[in-house]
Structure formats: structure tokens, C-alpha cells
Design a protein. Sequence first.
Length: 428
Amino acid sequence: MRDTFVPRCSRRALCGAALGALALASLTPLSAWAGDADDQAEWPQSYEASPQMAVGREETPILSPATVDATQAAIQKYQDIVTRGGWNAVPSGPELRIGAKGPRVQALRDRLVASGDLDPIAGAGAVYDSFVEAAVKRFQARHGLSQSGAVNEGTLTELNVPAAGRLQQLETNIVRLKTYSGDLGQRFVVANIPAAEVETVENGVVYSHHAAGVGKIDRQSPIMQTHATEVNFNPFWTVPPSLIKKDLIPKMKADPNYLTDEKIRVFNAKGDEVSPSSINWNTDEATHFKYRQDTGADLNSLGFVRINIPNPYGVYMHDTPSKGIFGDDFRFVSSGCIRVQDVRDYVAWLLKDNPGWGRDQIDEVIRSGQRLDVKLAQPVNVYWVYITAWATPDGVVQFRPDVYQRDGAGPGPLASAVPAQPMAIPQE
């Protein structure tokens, strides 16, 4: 299996297991576990040495019967947690990191033990040691956060979502997962919008993971089923009508050189190029023209590649010149389309049934700058889904924010609203 995802976390190698402490207990002097909590020393063994609780790169597709079964088991686990009173909140305050001391650290230990991120044997003490750091990394991995090992504001917010809220999230998403538990095809693509991630699946196994940039909260990526049918190399980008009013006109008013700097050309209804200076940007005149950005990944919003997936929303998947977004926790940055990390590997997988289209050929056509469209020999099923909670067969339970407010859990971290309607107009 070829992994192309260089994510915020490497899930199975991320953090170690507190369960490893159980195995080490027989080798560790009792004095290492005893003493005043405030004087607790750093554990001499690395908490990251044992793989039992590691959150790894998952090979089971998020859309699969195995995920449904694992999520059903997670629901039972969280029902038990809620029945036992859930977990206590971690008090707010300055960022917590290794070396910190005090009652907030003990509250953090208790919280991590309650959700299974920290083994109870390492749960006592008011010192933020390597066991706590690794448990925090595990928690961050399960919630799609950067694995800093420190409790910042974002991590604290996720820690303090009540257990009952997480249970409701799982119960909502098991219904969604069951919808996709049938035969999705031998080869297919899943874009999970709340996770801002794309996975390719072949013969029931995840082939590659890719971070993604998805639709903003006010320009949402739609939920849909379609097919990847064509790859456009070195594409032009035509500014969608919706973005002319929302983005392009305001930018031209602020900077008359904007179109020239962005290498965006203006064409009239006859197809003739016109000068931006000839347009009155303070009227609706600007909406009567076509705006096309030149090819070239340095500025072109589509980067080197666009993947066509026919749909009524006018959206697609593509490269981006803004690669830095893939390292961010919050990747809700587009106007509806999905930007794909390591897009060349993704395209190579899509074109694997096309003779003569290996990675070398893909790199060569991109280097040439040649405009070229290649139809897939075999269209590939594509699913854009909205899954905010699921579990994997190894027992790891994953949660993502309900960014589009579709989980129906009321105000707060799981905010509810009438499901937003995707914008049925072309989007970037």
C-alpha cells in the first residue's frame, strides 16, 4: 500500500500506550510509582514504547461494514461512560505542557483516564509528565488536532465536550455510516468533509490518505455521490459567477492591479480580451464578462491538476498553490471544491488503468506546462460524505467538529441547525 498522506499526525505511530506501563510495572521499583504527587518524577520509561494504545494510520475504509461494527461497539462503550457519570471538565487556564504542575494537571489526568487515553495506573499525580504528554497526543490524534502534546485552547475545548454529547454524536453518525455500508465499488474515493480528509480505497483496503481543504462554513462542500471521469493537467481557472460578485469585484475596487497581478484575463461575450481598466467596477457591468486565470501552479487557483467529477453543484477536486493549508487543523478554506494534498499520487492512482500514465508521465506533463485532458479508462466512484464520529476496528474512536452544524445536538461544540443546502453554482 502506498501512503501519500503526510498528515498532522501519523496515527498508528503517534503516541505510545499507557498500557505499556502495566507491562513495565513488574520491572519498575515501587519507589518510582510512590511519593508525594507534587514531587512526582518523570517516568524513567518512555510512554511511547508500547503500541497497544497507538492511534495509527488506518487501513479500514471509513465507509465499510467493519467501521459500522466498530462504531456500534463505541456507542456501547460511551453509553457505559455516560451511565457512570461521564467525565469532569478540565478547568480553563494557561496552556498546559510537560513540566506543568498543579490541580489542573490532575484534572487532565482524570479526564484522559475516563476516555481511555491514559491508563489508570498512570492517572495519579499533579505533574505533567511524558505519560500525560503522550496521552494528550493520542487524544489530539483522535480529534483531528495537531499532535503538540500540549493542552492549548483548541484541545481544551475538545476535552470539555461532555460524554453525553460524544455519545449523541456517535449515535447520529452510525446512521450515516450504515447508509454507505453496501457495495461501494472495487475502487472508490471518500472525501470526509468534517475531517477535511480524502482516502482512496481499493479491494476493501485504504490505499492512500490525503489531507484536504474543503468548503468554508458559508460556502459548503456538498454531500454527494459521483464519479471521477477526467483529469485536466495545467488547467485554466474560470472564475465562477458567484465569486465575481463576492470576491473579484471587491478586490478590484481595493486594488485596480489585482487582475493583472493574479494573471486573470477578461473576455467579453464575443470572446475578445478586454482591459480591466475599461470596466466600471462600481456598477454591475463587471458581471457581464468572463474571467480566466492563466495556467501555472504558482498563481492558478487550481494548481497543476483538476479532477472532474460530474455533479449539479459545479464542484470538483484539484491541486492548490497554497500547500501550507494542509498542515493546519482548520482546513475549511475553499468555496465548495476540495483541494487534495499530494495530488500527483492521487492522480496516479486514478489513472492506473490508463496505459502509459504512471507517475513519471504525470510529472513530465506537469513540468511541460502543456494543457492536456485525460479521460479515465475506468471511472472511479467518488463519495463526499459528512461523518463527524466513527470508530475503527482497533477500538480507536474518532471525533471531528460539526462545522456545518448538521449533527442536531443543540448549541455548543455540537451546534445544531437545519442542514445547510449546498450552493448549486460553480465553486472553487
